[in-house]
Design a protein around this ligand. Structure first.
Ligand SMILES: Nc1ncnc2c1ncn2[C@@H]1O[C@H](COP(=O)(O)OP(=O)(O)OP(=O)(O)O)[C@@H](O)[C@H]1O
Length: 261
């Protein structure tokens, strides 16, 4: 009798993705899929097209060609708002928080954006509206706890240490209960201890909240430590895809990186 261990269908499937800016093919037939709860990294030299792939998936760019499917449904060409509503959330290379708001307020805003409470319930401050507002505060405090930021709840986000701002940005994504968390260079600007903490955090988010993670990162220690599979891009093209050990020893990858120096 043959074993029939079923592989789960991918959460994200990208096929033949292309993105052209005038004469530049910034993304050239990129294809990969990400399994549920997988941590999948995209790496490559500067200008390889990684962020452009992110922008296509998260609805910031309309791809020139190709398919993007989330759990079997096409999301290619959907707006960033529509994609977020389907559970795909992201961070940016440069932290984008509401800097004049407190850490707590940033997490409340994130929930209000996805709230569908009727307007009148808010105006008349009904019991159910008050209950839902209290739940939002509770959820925000819980996420501040998870991120080790509880003591900074009432501090303006712009006055937090940079590493804390990055964690708050991840909390702002996680509080919406995403299926796919996309992190664009989350280790940029972090010190070695903060990078270790980030690796633990990514493991924890996957383990405890079942989130799938798609990551762009230049820090090879983090990439190799946290990812199950890695896609390498160069000049818009995918040049290798595999487990960390295989990528580390892939000649095309070594050449792409050495060629950059
Ligand atoms: N909106 C745009 N208009 C024109 N060209 C763009 C646009 N966005 C990106 N590009 C170009 O596309 C190419 C890929 O850029 P992209 O930012 O995706 O690379 P990357 O791999 O994320 O680089 P980095 O690691 O430096 O962030 C670059 O040549 C870039 O200049």
């Amino acid at each position: 009798m043959t074993s029939t261990t079923a592989t789960p269908p991918p959460l994200l499937q990208v096929q033949d993705l292309c993105m052209r800016f005038g004469g530049l093919l910034a993304v050239d037939r990129v294809a990969f899929d990400v399994a549920p709860k997988e941590v999948f990294a995209i790496i490559g030299p500067n200008g390889a097209g990684k962020t452009t792939v992110f922008n296509c998936i998260s609805g910031f760019y309309q791809p020139s060609a190709g398919q993007i499917q989330l759990a079997g449904s096409s999301i290619a060409g959907h707006s960033s708002h529509q994609v977020a509503n389907q559970g795909v959330v992201r961070t940016f290379q440069n932290v984008r928080l509401f800097k004049a708001m407190t850490a707590l307020e940033n997490l409340l805003v994130a929930q209000h954006r996805q709230s569908n409470a009727p307007l009148l319930a808010g105006i008349f401050n009904t019991a159910s509206y008050r209950k839902s507002e209290a739940e939002k505060i509770e959820r925000a405090l819980k996420w501040l706890d998870v991120m080790g930021l509880r003591e900074f709840a009432n501090r303006e986000a712009g006055n937090l240490a940079y590493g804390h701002q990055r964690r708050l940005e991840i909390a702002r994504c996680m509080i919406t209960g995403p299926r796919l968390l996309m992190l664009d260079e989350p280790a940029a600007g972090l010190n070695p201890q903060e990078k270790k903490d980030l690796q633990q955090l990514i493991d924890q988010l996957r383990r405890d909240w079942g989130v799938t993670v798609l990551l762009i990162e230049h820090d090879m220690g983090l990439v190799m430590g946290v990812s199950e599979r890695i896609l390498v891009m160069e000049y818009g093209k995918p040049i290798a895809l595999g487990v960390p050990e295989a990528i580390r020893n892939d000649e095309r990858v070594i050449k792409a990186y050495l060629g950059e120096a």
